[in-house]
Write a protein that binds this ligand. Structure first.
Ligand code: ASP
Length: 433
């Protein structure tokens, strides 16, 4: 028994990110070797995703309530402008990177378009997107997991609390009530972060199951023909993360070491790679921002949920790669104005799209329609999308965190003298806790 507990403590002393990383590799190999039967593990993986999803709305509400206390409308306007501006610029650059790399490699050149089914998608109406920010029914929005209207309501509510607290016409009782609200939010956020690390412990098994199911389903034969497409995307996202996120944002604008940044956000990056959902990863992204990157709630509680819905560098970049891939398949080449259209459509569509698995594939329909390319391409690549989606989602999260770091620095809302900036990041509770 004592040997068992020694093994257990040794296992727990390995940072969670390494354990999940190992599960990722072992699960993939297991899926490839075992094949179809490995898909039976899917429910174990779904449980991990569901456990994380359970935390999304509470963690947004608690942290945002704390953040909103320190936000005046002018500060919110400034931070909001900086966040949205950087999100838009980095998304545009991402599509350009995708187009650039794909133009060099031409990933679809030796392939035949076969067996693909056309899929339909409608462009999100920009008026609906903007109207959707205001919740008609805030409980309904929370229940549906709609992030933007929840952000809107909590900011308005948090700000109103701060205004009431500052007015000298309110009773002692009301002031005490407001204080308890903030205390509740602080306690709630702390509890949520604890739960996140507990869920990540289960994530080791969950990620093994998810990867086994994906590779068990796809199999080597289904993946091989798309190897060049996968490599093109891998190269493009690596370049984008290295040049724009790490080089431009973290090093140049925030003046920090990219290694320390990556160490601080690694749990979120690995989770994104594993579950392919920016929204589902949000609780981990927020924990990393708070506990490792030492960013203040006044910035991350707002910028990260917003980023999970409107900032998708990886998804936008993929549109560039896929557009060239589709053009290769039918043997045409895209003119410069057509490639510019891809940038505009991809950036706009990524703003209205939800951060859930497969969004990038559906968005591709819009891009192909715009270019007059066959919609069958969407069905053609659908089989390998679970692999491509991982890289997109990880890039999306890296974009959210790097922009948040820069905006936090601009607003004196980050502590570069602690957390992963000076040493090892905090992970789950130590083994003997
Ligand atoms: N799965 C991605 C995300 O959640 C979106 C996509 O399909 O590219 O961020």
């Amino acid at each position: 028994m004592s040997t068992l507990s020694t093994y257990w403590s040794r296992y727990r002393s390995v940072p969670i990110v390494y354990r999940i990383g190992t599960a990722f590799v072992l699960g993939s190999v297991f899926g490839l070797v075992v094949g179809q039967p490995a898909t039976r593990l899917q429910p174990l993986g779904d449980l991990f995703v569901q456990l994380l999803s359970m935390l999304i709305i509470p963690i947004i509400v608690f942290t945002l309530l704390m953040g909103a206390r320190r936000l005046t409308p002018s500060k919110l306007g400034r931070i909001g402008g900086q966040v949205v501006g950087l999100y838009a610029i980095t998304s545009g650059l991402a599509v350009a990177f995708g187009l650039l790399v794909a133009n060099v490699i031409n990933p679809g050149e030796n392939l035949q378009l076969t067996g693909g089914e056309a899929m339909e998608a409608e462009a999100p109406d920009i008026v609906d997107v903007i109207l959707g920010i205001v919740p008609g029914n805030v409980i309904g929005s929370m229940a549906a997991g709609d992030i933007l209207p929840v952000i809107f309501f909590v900011i308005v509510f948090g700000y109103a609390l701060a205004v009431v607290e500052e007015s000298d016409q309110v009773s002692e009782q009301v002031n005490e009530g407001i204080e308890s609200f903030y205390n509740l939010a602080e306690a709630g956020a702390e509890a949520m972060f604890k739960i996140v690390w507990g869920v990540m412990e289960y994530g080791v098994l969950g990620v093994f199951a998810l990867m086994a199911a994906v590779f068990g389903q796809a199999g080597v034969d289904a993946i091989l023909p798309f190897a060049l497409l996968i490599l093109t995307l891998l190269l493009a996202v690596t370049l984008h993360i290295a040049v724009v996120h790490l080089g431009g944002l973290v090093m140049l604008l925030a003046g920090q070491s990219p290694i320390k940044f990556l160490r601080g956000g690694r749990d979120a990056l690995v989770t994104a790679l594993s579950i392919r959902s920016s929204s589902g990863t949000l609780p981990v992204t927020m924990s990393d921002a708070d506990e490792n990157l030492k960013i203040d709630e006044s910035v991350y509680s707002f910028s990260l949920p917003l980023g999970a819905t409107i900032n998708m560098d990886g998804t936008a970049l993929y549109q560039g790669v896929a557009a060239i891939f589709a053009a290769n398949l039918v043997g045409v080449s895209l003119t410069l104005p057509e490639q510019f259209t891809v940038v505009v459509v991809a950036v706009l569509a990524s703003i209205g799209a939800a951060g859930v698995p497969g969004t990038g594939l559906i968005m591709l329909t819009l891009v192909l329609t715009q270019l007059g390319l066959p919609l069958e391409v969407v069905g053609f690549v659908a089989g390998v999308d679970p692999i491509l989606d991982r890289m997109r989602t990880m890039t999306n999260i890296s974009g959210d965190l790097s922009v948040t770091t820069v905006v936090a620095k601009w607003n004196n809302a980050i502590d570069f003298t602690s957390g992963s900036w000076v040493g090892e990041p905090r992970g789950p509770a130590p083994a003997d806790d």
